[in-house]
Write a protein that binds this ligand. Sequence first.
Ligand code: HEM
Length: 474
Amino acid sequence: MSSDHDLRDGAAAIAAASRRSFMRGAGGLAAAGMVCPFSGARAASETVAKGITPGTQGQTRAAMEGFDGPHQSGILTPLQNHSCFVVFDLVSEDGPSLVRLMRLWTEASRRMMRGQTAAPMEGDPDKPGADSGEAIGLGPSRLSITFGFGAGVFEKDGKDRYGLRSRRPAALIDLPRFNGDQLAPALTGGDLSVQACADDPQVAFHAVRQLARIADGVAQLRWIQNGYNAQFAAEDTPRNLMGFKDGTQNPIAGKPGQPQAIAGGKHYLPGSADEIVWADGSDQGWMKGGSYLVARRIRVALEHWDRTAVSFQEEVFGRRKASGAPLTGKDEFDPLDLDALDRDGNPVIGENSHVRLGSAASNGGAQILRRGYSYNDGLNFIAERWPPWRQGLEYDAGLFFVCYQRDPRTGFVAIYDRMSKLDLLNQYATHVGSGLFACPPGTGGRTGFIGQALFEGVTLRTAAAPASGKNASY
Ligand code: HEM
């Protein structure tokens, strides 16, 4: 007997129950004239409208992101609360096995994003389950799954492993070594990336766990980074572990027509997804509608930061800590006025501040879409690279920086090259892990699989005849 667990039913039931208790709770609060304890002066009715009380959890669980479409999920998808980012090494030299893996990963992802088990459960207790089961009842929880190809898919140690070398996009560069990099090989590189994001950490980890099991014999895990974002309400900008709002000046998110920066009297407007995020296929046709992902595990010296005056912290970023407003403005979304000078004739937003160095105005118009997550991996023995050169057990925590762009040479590299040399933030931040992955476009429809266009028309090498280039099994 096949019992195909459709978790949507469970999620719908939870949602209905939660709606009922939510309405009861909301009514009770309103009747008592109480305000939400977390929202200061906010009225309970406003809190209800934003749907942020614990009673709405069932509704969140039932919420679903779409898997199929022109672009992959998890790129423009509004930020979920949790992320599990994993990188695999390919351990098979067989091209058709890689294609099979992408098909299986696509099928399983389609199901899991609908809140189903990765495959129909057989119900035979003498066999391992087709799914480990820990997400049953948790609903889709806005799960998104994003796949990427590292350079190793195209060539490794100078070898054309699978017959795909000629398909390597020029934009899939080997990232240069940046000033201050302290990259650990165990947290760097890899052949395939998968990022699962969801509003529930167990849903995100469940997804990568099923995908890792499906990959057995073809790809094995190389590194994992969990992350989270605390958001009080969906429309609030989350704060990072340094206590600042992070994500304010993302392109796309900006208000249409409102400049993000003013410099030299010129207004800089946020770019559209087509301009910033999606590859146009001029480099490699199979990447049209895809995007390039740069990931950096950035450890932050929180002990040092916590002993730094707030006024200097604000100078580091060029923004106010509480409101997130630029030092030249009042509101979080006011443009950066990079021309403004103080009484002594110095720029109000300092030359070495993070936002000035990150602004499109300072980088020939370069923009990226940031989609990072905080991480907290406990304690580790750390030797800091800046005064006061602390050594000892410190927080192993910081920002798992993820950004998307149509070309990393004109995106991340163009921006970070100067930042890595000049940014005041570098006193606190050390890049310890890194990866660059070409995320192919979406499936387009319900029959395609992720990465399909990459393999079309290619004579794949098989494990049996790796050198001959024979046996195209796609
Ligand atoms: C620990 C590491 C980092 C932290 C804590 C951090 C935090 C922040 C914060 C608080 C802002 C201002 C608010 C906002 O607009 O989102 C910001 C802006 C920005 N950051 Fe970072 N960031 C980090 C690393 C990086 C890196 C490695 C890059 C690489 C390119 C980068 C690129 C940017 C850009 C482009 C902006 C927007 C600048 C603008 O147009 O105003 N950040 N970051």
